[in-house]
Ligand binder design. Structure first.
Ligand code: DGT
Ligand code: CA
Ligand code: CA
Length: 589
């Protein structure tokens, strides 16, 4: 299968419930087309920013409108975009987009998403070779026609070929946060159907995997419940792939596939275990069952013909002599052995977090004021919030210079006098320069509670240079924490090449910390690195990287990732109360 299969918004479908993800996809498409047309980059960026805001919004835009709340208060949403959002929510379509679509071939925007193809090249491909879709591009590259174009060459042709193949592989999965925008309302819809008792999202979604291939929903219902019929009639269903009494598969308009299975209450635990996976975890458990003379499948745990367990997941584990293993650990990465030995970690929960150590305000590329951010964090039950703006090197984010940083520190002190129940900490997200120096003088960094170092440039250094750069930054006397340690952006940018094991060991020697950046696009630390950090005794800080008051919801995703990385509350820096945290922060200084 070739691209084109990417999740796209429907062309026009009145009456469909419109999610933020759908509106965001429409804005992205507008931006794509404008870009191909060579439109003003600011206009293009405005649509992209608005799309990003919508994707990160903890609540549906629709509910803002229903409650009469002003959309222009959201980051990057002006009057014009607010009107477009309303139009899309009300009608399921966007006139401006319809017009643009008429002006361009639909495949062109898809071409733009292939890494290495900018608007100029897309236009050249179109004008010179009449290439309008990823399929046509793939064939042209394979047949050696791309290299004949001025400015393309053999190397570009090979890159295009590889990029399309990689693009296809990645494109069939969607990010966890986006999957949630489709999954949760659908589960809620099913819960409302008559006779339905339980509805659970299983599969990789339940394991909080960073990206999800398809949704697996499990339900129990009374015998006469119309749940299957209602599932097939869900407004967002585009195609029904298969339909049966206990199992159906549909494709939503977004392109996402959903499996629903209705199971008997007595099998619910066994089915939930089976369809939560992962497959290799299931195989390990089934093998263990065989050693106990048991047969385990999605219907239950059986001794001969007799079902001995399977009503609950706990009963399945108990039958093979194990305690309950949380879904996030079920990857056959040692969890079965750990469970056997009684060594499963008690995983960190959202309620364990006492603060957040990475946030931005209006002073740089954030949207809200210091006070608004503080109050929003307090609202979520957090007791401290570190303000960590970008440093001056990051000009695109309007990074702070020394004067503006010092002003902000004064303002934080003033606010701390005024605020109850939350304390703002003075921090910075300082750029790690190419040679490992930091983008601020020691004298300034010394005034702060924490210094988060971040790589925002020169991603393509050699492994040894990149590693040395980061180690050198960590050696800096005021360095506290490494931000988004691998630099990856999910499905967009691979991690930079650096020796993470060495970096983690160095963090231990230096007494500094690693961030688990909970932004939906980052989820960076990777789960395997969390485990490495835990083994080395390096504390991980689960940070929202909030750019507005709604972004604190990212923390939930960060918790999922931390749990996949086997972290307990004790392995996480920001589960500490403020006093204890201050002590730990000072140790690195
Ligand atoms: P995904 O959808 O690619 O993100 O990953 P999953 O883990 O959701 O995989 P999926 O949707 O293919 O299947 C859901 C679960 O069903 C999977 O995690 C384990 C279980 N499962 C599927 N196929 C098999 C199988 O052949 N053997 C066993 N033991 N379990 C399976
Ligand atoms: Ca799945
Ligand atoms: Ca599936």
């Amino acid at each position: 299968m070739l691209p084109g299969t990417r999740l796209r918004p429907p062309a026009a479908c009145p009456l469909m419930p419109v999610h933020n993800a759908d509106i965001a996809a429409m804005f992205e498409e507008i931006a794509d087309i404008l870009e191909i047309q060579g439109e003003n980059p600011f206009r293009v960026r405005a649509y992209r920013n608005a799309a990003r805001t919508l994707q990160g919004l903890g609540r549906e835009a629709k509910s803002f409108l229903e409650r009469g709340e002003d959309l222009t208060r959201l980051p990057g949403i002006g009057k014009d975009l607010a009107a477009k959002i309303k139009e899309i929510v009300d009608t399921g379509r966007c006139e401006a987009l319809d017009k643009l679509r008429k002006q361009t071939s639909p495949g062109l925007a898809a071409l733009l998403r292939i890494p290495g193809l900018g608007p100029k090249r897309v236009r050249a491909l179109y004008e010179e070779l009449d290439i309008q879709t990823p399929e046509q591009l793939y064939r042209a590259a394979r047949d050696g026609r791309i290299r004949t174009l001025p400015g393309f060459g053999e190397k570009t042709e090979l890159n295009v070929l590889q990029a399309i193949e990689a693009h296809v592989r990645k494109d069939q999965r969607i990010k966890l946060a986006l999957a949630g925008q489709y999954a949760e309302p659908l589960a809620e819809y099913l819960r409302q159907v008559k006779g339905v008792k339980q509805v659970v999202l299983a599969g990789s979604y339940r394991r909080a995997k960073e990206t999800v291939g398809d949704l697996d929903i499990l339900a129990t219902a009374a015998g006469d419940s119309p749940v299957m019929e209602r599932f097939n009639r869900y407004e967002e269903v585009k195609d029904t792939v298969s339909r049966g009494k206990t199992r159906s598969t549909v494709i939503l308009r977004s392109g996402l596939q959903v499996d629903l299975r209705v199971v008997a209450p007595g099998s619910f635990g066994a089915a939930l275990h089976y369809f939560t996976g992962s497959k290799s975890h299931n195989i390990a458990i089934r093998r263990l069952g065989q050693q106990h003379g048991l047969k385990i499948n999605e219907y239950g745990v059986f001794k001969g013909e007799k079902q001995v367990a399977g009503k609950t997941e706990e009963s399945v584990f108990r039958a093979v002599g194990l305690p309950y293993i949380p879904p996030e650990l079920r990857e056959n990465q040692g969890e079965v052995e750990a469970a056997k030995a009684g060594l499963l970690p008690e995983l960190v929960t959202l309620a364990n977090l006492k603060g957040d150590l990475h946030a931005h305000t209006k002073a740089t590329d954030g949207h809200n004021t210091l006070k608004e951010m503080a109050l929003a964090a307090r609202e979520l039950g957090l007791g401290y919030l570190a303000i960590t703006e970008h440093s001056k090197r990051l000009t695109v984010a309007h990074g702070l210079d020394q004067k503006r940083l010092l002003q902000q520190l004064d303002e934080i002190e003033r606010l701390n006098e005024e605020l109850d129940g939350i304390t703002l900490l003075k921090g910075i997200e300082v750029d790690i320069l190419e040679d490992g120096r930091l983008d601020f003088a020691d004298t300034v960094l010394g005034k702060l509670d924490l210094v988060i170092g971040a790589v925002h440039s020169h991603f393509h250094l050699s492994r040894s240079k990149q590693t040395t750069r980061i180690l050198k930054a960590m050696d800096h006397p005021h360095f506290t924490m490494l931000a988004h340690p691998t630099g990856r952006l999910l499905q967009e940018r691979d991690p930079y090449d650096a020796d993470m094991a060495r970096i983690i060991r160095h963090a231990r020697t230096r007494g500094c910390f690693l961030e688990l950046n909970a932004h939906p696009k980052r989820l960076d630390l990777l789960d395997s690195h969390c485990r490495l950090a835990k083994d080395e005794g390096v504390l991980v800080s689960i940070n929202s990287d909030a750019h507005n008051v709604l972004d604190f919801h990212h923390l939930r995703l960060g918790i999922g990732q931390a749990r996949r990385g086997w972290l307990s509350a004790t392995d996480v820096l920001n589960t500490r109360a403020l006093r204890e945290l201050r002590k730990l922060l000072r140790q690195t200084m």
